[in-house]
Design a protein around this ligand. Structure first.
Ligand code: PLP
Length: 245
C-alpha cells in the first residue's frame, strides 16, 4: 500500500530518491541472480542516518518500508515524525544498526522491528534484565567483528558465541542471526572473505546449538553484491540511496 505524508515532500528530492531506490532494487536483484538466489530473499534496510525526516519520507514514498538508524535519539526523532506525518506509520519497520547504550534500552526497544547490534555481553545482560517476555520477544542479531579491526565495533567470535549461549535461555530475546561489516580498507576479495567468515560462524553455531539463525545482516552501499554472494539476507544501504540530494 502507498504511504502518503501530510507535509508535502520536495518533488526534486522525491524524484532523486525514487530513482536511487529503483536502481538499487534492480542491482540487488542482479546480485541475487548472479548468486543463484531469489531477489525476494534479500531485504533492503534504507539507512537514513545522513538525512532529515522529509528526505527519509521520500524513501518511504518510493517504496522502502525498512528504515535503519545508528543513533537511538535519531531513531526516536524520525519514528515520532513518521508517526505524526505518515498515513500508515505502523507499516514502517525500524532497525537499530548502531550501538545502543543501556540507558536507552527502555525507550528504544518498543519501536524496533530488529536490533542488529548486540555488541557487548553487558548490553545482552541489560536486555535480558529489562525486557518483559509479556511484551513479545525482541528480535536481535549479534554483531560480530571478524576483521580484528579495532575501529570496528562488534563482538570477537568467541565472545559472540558466549553471548549467544547466554541469550538462548532468555525467552524475551530471540536471536535471529548475525550482523557484520567488512574492514574499511578491505578490497572486494577481502570483503567477500570476511562475509564468508560471518556465514561460516552462523553455520557452525546453528549446528552446535541445534538452532536456526536465518538472518545475515551484511553489506552496505559499497559491498552489498559481495555480501549477497555470501548469503546476506539483509543489506543496510544509506549513501547510495541519498546521493544527489
Ligand atoms: C551507516 C551505516 C550503514 C550504511 O552504509 P552506507 O555505506 O552509507 O551504505 C550500514 N551499516 C551501518 C552499521 C552503518 O552505520
Amino acid at each position: 500500500m502507498m504511504i502518503t505524508f501530510q507535509q508535502p515532500l520536495p518533488p526534486a528530492d522525491l524524484a532523486t530518491v525514487q530513482a536511487n531506490w529503483l536502481r538499487l532494487v534492480d542491482d540487488v536483484a542482479k546480485a541475487a541472480e548472479d548468486a543463484g538466489r531469489q531477489p525476494d530473499d534479500i531485504q533492503i534496510v534504507g539507512v537514513t542516518k545522513y538525512v532529515d525526516p522529509p528526505a527519509a519520507a521520500c524513501l518511504v514514498a518510493a517504496g522502502c518500508r525498512d528504515l535503519g538508524e545508528n543513533r537511538p535519539q535519531k531513531l526516536w526523532e524520525k519514528a515520532q515524525w513518521m508517526q505524526q506525518q505518515a498515513s500508515d506509520p505502523d507499516s514502517i519497520r525500524w532497525h537499530m544498526i548502531g550501538h545502543l547504550q543501556r540507558n536507552k534500552i527502555r525507550r528504544t526497544v518498543p519501536l524496533l522491528h530488529l536490533l542488529h547490534s548486540v555488541d557487548s555481553p553487558r548490553l545482552a545482560a541489560a536486555l535480558s534484565e529489562s525486557l518483559d517476555p509479556a511484551g513479545g520477544p525482541l528480535n536481535v542479531l549479534l554483531e560480530v567483528n571478524v576483521t580484528g579491526d579495532d575501529s570496528k565495533t562488534g563482538l570477537p567470535p568467541d565472545q559472540a558465541r558466549q553471548t549467544l549461549e547466554s541469550l538462548l535461555t532468555q525467552p524475551a530475546i530471540r536471536v535471529q542471526g548475525l550482523m557484520g561489516m567488512a574492514g574499511i580498507t578491505a578490497d572486494v576479495a577481502e570483503c567477500r572473505q570476511q562475509f564468508a567468515t560471518i556465514r561460516q560462524l552462523r553455520d557452525s553455531w546453528q549446528s552446535d546449538y541445534d538452532i536456526l539463525l536465518p538472518q545475515l545482516s551484511m553489506g552496505m552501499s559499497g559491498d552489498f553484491a559481495a555480501a549477497i554472494a555470501e548469503g546476506a539476507t539483509i543489506i543496510r544501504v544509506g549513501t547510495r540511496l541519498f546521493t544527489g540530494l
